[in-house]
Design a protein around this ligand. Sequence first.
Ligand code: PLP
Length: 233
Amino acid sequence: MSARAAELAERLDVVRRRIATACDEAGRDPDEVTLVVVTKFFPESDVRALAELGVRQVGENRHQEAEAKHAACADLDLVWHFIGGLQSNKSAAVGAWADVVQSVDRAKLLRGLSRAAHERDRVLDVCVQVSLDPPGAAGRAGADPGDVPALVEAVRQAEGLRLRGVMAVAPRGEDPGRAFARLAEVAAQVRSVDPAATWVSAGMSGDLEEAVRWGATHVRVGSAVLGNRPTTG
Ligand SMILES: *Cc1c(COP(=O)(O)O)cnc(C)c1O
C-alpha cells in the first residue's frame, strides 16, 4: 500500500468510527447512514485508493473535473453524486455521467436532467437541495423551504427522474443542529407527499455528528478523509 493509501485508510477509518459513534448515540443503526466521500480537487489515484478501501459512493461538485475523473475511473464500481451548484445549460452534461444529482434547487434544471436520463436510457436519482440560510444571505444555494413543495412536484412530474429526498449544507455561523432540525421538518413534509423520498443528505467533515442526530441518511465527507483542499470549494 502506498503512503497516500495508508493515510486515506487511516482517515477513512476515523470517519467511519465517527459515524458509528454518532449512530450509537442517536440510537440509530449505522446501516441507515451512507458515507459519500467528496473527492473534489483530488486526483483519480485517490479515487482508486478509496475504491480499494471499500468506498462505493463518491461526490463531486465541478462538472468538468468530475466528468474527466468519472471517465478515468470507468472500470470502478462507483456511484457518482453531483453535489455542486448547477447551471441550467450544464444540467444535461452533468446528467450524462452522474448517478445521483443531489443539488437540484430549481425547476429549470429538470429539462436537461430528463434529457440526459433519456439518452442514457436509465433513471437518474435526484435530491432537492434546500437552503437553510436566512432569505437573502450571500452565496446561498438551495431552494427556499417554502418553494420545496412546488419543486418536489416538478421533479415527480419529470420524465426519467426519481426523487430520492433532500440535501442541505448547514449555514456558517449557526449551530448546525438547529439548521438540521429545520431540514428534518422539510424532509418529513417531502415524505408525506412521496414516502419513497427518504434520503436526507446532510453533514460534512465538521458537522456529521449533528446531521446523524437529526436523521441524515447520507453524509458528504471530504477533508476529513482526503485532507485539506488546495483552495476553497
Ligand atoms: C465540499 C463539500 C462537502 C464536503 O465538505 P468537507 O467539509 O470537506 O467534508 C460536502 N457537501 C458539499 C455540498 C460540498 O460542496
